[in-house]
Design a protein around this ligand. Structure first.
Ligand SMILES: *Cc1c(COP(=O)(O)O)cnc(C)c1O
Length: 403
């Protein structure tokens, strides 16, 4: 796989990395290779242990040219050595946990994270003898106190779903590395354009490519990017053995979306900034959390760490009953914005997430950790993924739904 090519700018990289005109046809656009197997002229072994980094394609669970093209694009954009694409963002999270954790190990995992990841960490990992501490990653003293000699992995998410709290990635990486642990970050909300995760010390950069990287809401997939030695381990375990590979068709769709990611992220950011400022001025809105607003509790960190503040806004309208009423008004009245989960698409999406419900199911926080959640999330948030429609149209749509 090709490593980061710093010779080119981000837009050139997003368009050209991993691609080349087809030598046999001259086709300018990349081909979609659906083949599950590849004719070989070598007598070779058929085991993950025989996998050579630059070997020929053999079987699509090991590697496929179209999936590899997407992996090379993400590798180049993240400025790392390698990337593995998997069937979903959850497959990517599972890959990190099951590749680098074994019975007897300890993992420190963000106490707020994508709900599926939170549930996997809290309910599934302990079944395999892995001890898990769920920690508020914005509290560096809590992170430091949670580390043990057996800590092998620190997993964070920044900005965190659904409340937009940030992790100081450089500080958490340093704490983890000082105890010999790897650090992974779910950077789905930020996208590769939102922060330079590798330069901040993150060993394993995870994305749900279903979101910004694909960007069109038509393909599910996941990715983990990092050093070659770490990514090769994931490929051997999670692609070849656990089997969670990405379909070449999805890779082709996601790569097509990724080509324009730098342009889309600029537009997501400016649309979200306009929406966040407008929301902050509305009397029905009691709190807006957006890393581009000076009112974000970690605005200084956002300014230091984020290179694009992305398109994800969380806002509150008061107590849970009010939230539920406004959510119903949105379902009834929104003309453009879709009331739906997911994020990062060109279509704007919004969804109400009540705090008590999330505590009962996914997060189960108490004490200071619950207080921190409520600082950002109150009794519940509308999580809005600001798409690429005209900001004035989106504002008119929201105004009618909030009235
Ligand atoms: C959506 C999402 C995931 C899970 O990704 P899937 O592609 O749906 O499996 C993980 N983390 C974050 C932050 C997400 O938004």
């Amino acid at each position: 796989m090709q490593s980061a090519n710093s010779k080119f700018g981000l837009m050139t990289t997003a368009i050209h990395a991993g691609e080349a005109p087809d030598p046999s046809t001259g086709a300018s656009a990349p081909a979609l290779h659906m083949s599950s197997t590849f004719v070989t002229d070598q007598v070779a072994g058929f085991s993950a242990h025989d996998l050579e980094d630059d070997g020929n394609f053999l079987y699509a669970r090991w590697g496929n040219p179209t999936v590899q093209m997407l992996e090379q694009k993400i590798t180049a954009l993240e400025g790392v050595e390698d990337c593995v694409c998997l069937a979903s963002g959850m497959a990517a999270a599972t890959a990190i946990f099951l590749t680098f954790l074994s019975a007897g190990d300890h993992a420190v995992i963000s106490d707020v994270s994508y709900a599926g990841v939170a549930e996997l960490a809290r309910d599934t990992l302990p079944r395999f003898g892995i001890a898990v501490s769920l920690v508020d990653m914005s509290d560096l003293a809590a992170v430091a106190a949670s580390l043990r000699p057996s800590t092998k992995l620190v997993h964070t998410e920044s900005p965190v779903n659904p409340i937009g709290r940030l992790t100081d990635l450089a500080a958490v990486s340093k704490l983890a590395h000082d105890t010999g642990a790897l650090v992974s970050c779910d950077a789905t909300f930020a996208s590769p354009l939102g922060q330079n995760s590798a330069a901040l010390g993150i060993d394993l950069i995870m994305h749900s490519v279903t979101k910004y990287i694909g960007g069109h809401g038509d393909a599910v997939g996941g990715a983990v990017a990092g050093r070659k030695e770490l990514i090769s381990k994931i490929r051997g375990e999670s692609a070849i053995h656990h089997g969670g590979v990405m379909s070449p068709f999805n890779a082709w769709l996601v790569a097509r979306g990724l080509s324009l990611l730098p342009l889309r992220m600029q537009a997501h950011q400016s649309g979200a900034q306009a929406m966040a400022e407008w929301l902050e001025a509305q009397p029905q809105v009691t709190r807006v959390i957006y890393p581009g607003l000076p009112s974000h509790p970690q605005y200084a960190l956002a300014q230091k760490q984020m290179t694009n503040t992305s398109g994800m806004i969380s806002f509150q309208v008061g107590d849970a009953a009010t939230g539920r009423r406004i959510a119903q008004q949105m379902i009834d009245r929104l003309e453009i914005v879709h009331y739906a989960v997911s994020l990062g698409h060109h279509r704007s999406l919004i969804f109400w997430m009540e705090t008590q419900g999330l505590m009962d199911t996914s997060f189960r926080l108490k004490g200071a950790q619950l207080d921190s959640y409520r600082t950002y999330g109150g009794d519940g948030v509308f999580r809005m993924s600001v798409g690429l429609e005209d900001p004035a149209d989106l504002i008119r749509d929201l105004a009618a739904a909030l009235a």
